[in-house]
Design a binder for this molecule. Structure first.
Ligand SMILES: C[S@@+](CC[C@H](N)C(=O)[O-])C[C@H]1O[C@@H](n2cnc3c(N)ncnc32)[C@H](O)[C@@H]1O
Length: 213
């Protein structure tokens, strides 16, 4: 497998960004740009589905935002996978498979509804009150990408679910056929289905020499 940072570099090169964009693979709990010779403050700090996995999200955000210049922007995008009601009329298989994602978060000590807490996390990090927008994948029409999204997600995390002792839905093969099984079940129940709710929060750092604490 090509390392993800090499894929990113290739994409930057093919997009004409050689020498403009660099990629570094680090543990964010310890990241210090000075170690990479970058002492200038950043214009923006952007993270998607990363903050919720860090052991202390507010502390990490506070530290990372410290590398952003006054007036710069901090943008975080995280999810809520805690909704127990994600099909209308109810499609039990869709609900059961979706619930596995939340169960896995819980098993690893990660808040499954983290996205809903972004405002508090920004404030706990000493940042100005953020703007927030949210939205959920919604649909279920035959052929929808929602089926492959949940089918492949459950398939990918099956070993972690087993390791964590999370009970899997009975009588269902967790393999490449799951996407089609989900699609069939939703078609039979004629349901509208929901996926994770995504929350995007952003704020500009104060222009003064110090941010609000
Ligand atoms: C669900 S993936 C999201 C990937 C990508 N940002 C996206 O939106 O598709 C979670 C990512 O968080 C990263 N991650 C988790 N803990 C981390 C840490 N302490 N330092 C750096 N990255 C971390 C993982 O390596 C993984 O790439």
């Amino acid at each position: 497998m090509i390392p993800p940072q090499d894929v990113a570099r290739q994409r930057a090169t093919s997009g004409g960004y050689t020498g403009i964009v660099t990629f570094t693979n680090v543990d964010l709990a310890e990241f210090d740009p000075a170690e990479f010779g970058d002492t200038r403050p950043f214009d923006a700090l952007v993270g998607r589905f990363v903050l919720q996995y860090l052991p202390d999200p507010a502390a990490a955000l506070r530290r990372l935002a410290g590398f952003v210049r006054p007036g710069g922007i901090v943008v975080m995008h995280d999810m809520d996978a805690s909704n127990p009601d994600v099909s209308f009329p109810r499609c039990q298989l869709w609900n059961d498979c979706y619930a596995l994602l939340g169960a896995l978060f819980r098993a690893h000590g990660i808040a499954p509804d983290f996205g809903r807490h972004l405002t508090r996390v920004f404030l706990d990090a000493g940042l100005p009150w953020p703007d927030v927008e949210s939205g959920a994948m919604t649909g279920g029409k035959p052929g929808s990408t929602a089926f492959a999204w949940l089918g492949s997600a459950v398939q990918a995390v099956e070993p972690l679910l087993l390791q964590a002792g999370v009970a899997l839905p009975e009588g269902i093969a967790i393999d490449g056929s799951l996407t089609a099984t989900l699609e069939r079940a939703v078609r039979e129940s004629r349901s509208m289905i929901l996926g994770n709710t995504h929350y995007g929060a952003w704020t500009h750092l104060d222009d003064g020499p110090h941010r609000s604490e």
